[in-house]
Design a protein around this ligand. Sequence first.
Ligand code: NAG
Ligand code: NAG
Ligand code: NAG
Ligand code: NAG
Ligand code: NAG
Ligand code: NAG
Ligand code: NAG
Length: 466
Amino acid sequence: EETHRKVSPVLLLSSLLVLLCLLRGSKETCPSTCLCISDTVSCSSSGLTKLPLSLPSFSVTLDLSHNHLSWLGSGSFNNLVKLEKLRMAHNQLSTLRHGVFHNVTGLRHLDLSSNKLYVVEQHYFQGLWRLEELLLFNNKITQVEAGTLSSLSSLKKVYFSLNQITHFPFFSIQDHSHPFLTMLDLSSNRLARLPWDNVKALPGLVQRGLYLHNNSLICDCSMYSVLWHWDLRGYESLKDFRDEHTCSINGDPRTSIRFLEHAGFFNNCTVEKSVSQPLNELLSNMLVSEGSTVFLDCQTSLSGTDFSFTWLSPSKGYITQASTSDPLISLFPNGTLEIREAKVNDSGLYVCTAVDIKQALNATREVNVTVLLPEGESFNTGYTTLLGCLVTLTFVLIYLYLTPCRCSCCKQPKPPVIPIVTYDPSTLTSVFSYSTRDQTKSQTNKHVAFMEPMISTKGTEWTPES
Ligand SMILES: *[C@@H]1O[C@H](CO)[C@@H](O)[C@H](O)[C@H]1NC(C)=O
Ligand SMILES: *[C@@H]1O[C@H](CO)[C@@H](O)[C@H](O)[C@H]1NC(C)=O
Ligand SMILES: *[C@@H]1O[C@H](CO)[C@@H](O)[C@H](O)[C@H]1NC(C)=O
Ligand SMILES: *[C@@H]1O[C@H](CO)[C@@H](O)[C@H](O)[C@H]1NC(C)=O
Ligand SMILES: *[C@@H]1O[C@H](CO)[C@@H](O)[C@H](O)[C@H]1NC(C)=O
Ligand SMILES: *[C@@H]1O[C@H](CO)[C@@H](O)[C@H](O)[C@H]1NC(C)=O
Ligand SMILES: *[C@@H]1O[C@H](CO)[C@@H](O)[C@H](O)[C@H]1NC(C)=O
């Protein structure tokens, strides 16, 4: 009886603590159909036919996938000024009204895959200039309007596969409009004749990341020429999907040819040497820690002596010798780029183009730089607050049940060790049954197939004989 009286105020205290913890977790109320965890709000698989009335404004990640949403009003996400990730895969959306994404200018990841969209209109993503990933695969898209991607200058990856696209505005993608775009997935669509001149004019990084397999391509020399070049350079889009690169003669599906394996059809295409595209691209990886100085060399297969060098950097755009205003960056006459006091956001793909002025030849060199934080500085504060609450609670409970015991009899129980792992959003979202097509298939570590001997026997460009 004595212990009972002694315990009850402590119980009161601990329940107060629990309440306090819950209140700290959500100042605003979480919609009843959703689950709110620190800055993540998940309303997936909740049978929603419309948006919950008041979405908490602290949301950084909002998951609305696997519902029955068929309509979104303009300004639907108006008050979510912190929103960075919006997942709406597996819904019934067929169009988006003007201004749906008004005020969510911080959005970086937008997943609209597996919906019923049929035209991607120019206004859909207006104002989302920070958007990095746009997932539109598995819709019913037949048309992508020309200006749709124009203002999305931060884009890194766009997925349009598994739609019914017959024409794509390749001309709207340029170096200066999309400096960071490295993935444009147009596979499994209905592309038949592409404007190959526009495709060849795409920035080098976009060409490297352009996926065109499983379309309805029509066999001709200009198509073959472009894809043969990409194959020669070992682009993963071709390496990983060799057998799915088919074309048909005059569009007759019965005459489908796996043209990377059976090139016989293209014997009539003439070979012509071309210097309009980089000769060689080498990709290497570099891992450095924050604050260090990085040297990136621009040694290419070209042997001339009179070069001009240009670097394209992920965070600072083009760097030439004439224009190095950044005090932390130098470009040496031999093409080597020096980055002092590297920061995490300097990470990414650096591409150097060396142009041999006399011979009008150019070559590129790519270096994938990853700048790592010194250990132990990178966990999310929201998550640690939550963990802090849990640890406090555990200690209260230990205190409650272990203090009546004398110290000599209990062998000083160690406090529970809770592993604090760096916060990884992907593990968190996996709890919410978020699923996406495995887009990483193409990133498996395969060895690059060097096909140098072929360059010497054949030329580098095929054009039709006339
Ligand atoms: C957009 O967000 C700002 C706050 O950043 C707010 O003042 C404004 O009212 C919002 N716009 C609309 C149309 O709600
Ligand atoms: C090829 O595309 C069709 C639709 O165009 C799709 O049904 C099929 O699954 C795709 N095949 C592969 C291997 O991706
Ligand atoms: C290639 O040229 C030969 C002779 O000029 C011709 O008989 C053949 O049909 C051509 N092949 C194709 C695929 O055009
Ligand atoms: C390029 O020049 C810089 C400075 O002169 C030097 O540090 C660097 O090692 C050189 N790089 C190569 C590849 O020769
Ligand atoms: C990169 O991070 C630094 C601080 O670490 C910041 O001052 C700078 O503005 C950031 N740059 C970009 C482009 O985000
Ligand atoms: C390569 O050189 C040619 C001719 O000098 C030029 O037109 C072309 O834009 C260059 N390509 C790249 C990727 O710099
Ligand atoms: C660069 O390296 C990072 C980390 O090693 C990797 O996640 C990324 O996919 C690489 N990028 C390219 C284009 O290879």
